[in-house]
Design a protein around this ligand. Structure first.
Ligand code: ZN
Length: 134
């Protein structure tokens, strides 16, 4: 599936999403405020947060991005317009695969040195796997 470009969000919406992502840090497991948290925005305009869920095995630790995507999916929403970042490369892959399924080129919202950046996930995947089918 060819990805559809997502319209840039307003600064207000970006800030709302970034704030929701930051506030979710209190839900990290097993210790609050120790880990990572993000927020996603769906095409219905809803925001779902995710906080990392740490396992003693480390391998089983769930990254906040995966948790947020599952959170949205459990509300019947899999069309992700935007997600807060930066994200690790495992999560970039997961976000990219979500984009391939929805067809939306999910925007990664990053605040860097006081500037808000909106980067389509496809631009973060220069040699993607799997390749999008045309
Ligand atoms: Zn990650």
């Amino acid at each position: 599936m060819k990805l559809t470009k997502v319209q840039e969000l307003s600064d207000e919406m970006c800030n709302k999403l970034l704030q929701a992502g930051e506030e979710a840090i209190k839900y990290t497991f097993p210790e609050p405020n120790n880990g990572y948290s993000v927020a996603v925005l769906t095409d219905k305009g809803n925001i779902y947060t995710g906080a990392s869920y740490k396992s003693d095995t480390y391998t089983l630790t769930m990254h906040s991005e995966a948790v947020a995507l599952v959170h949205a999916a459990n509300h019947g929403e899999t069309n992700i317009v935007a997600i807060t970042g930066p994200n690790c490369h495992i999560c970039k892959q997961l976000i990219y695969e979500s984009s391939l399924k929805s067809g939306l080129d999910t925007l990664v919202i990053i605040e860097e040195e006081g500037q808000i950046k909106q980067i389509p996930i496809s631009e973060m995947m220069p040699y993607p796997w799997p390749e999008p089918s045309i």
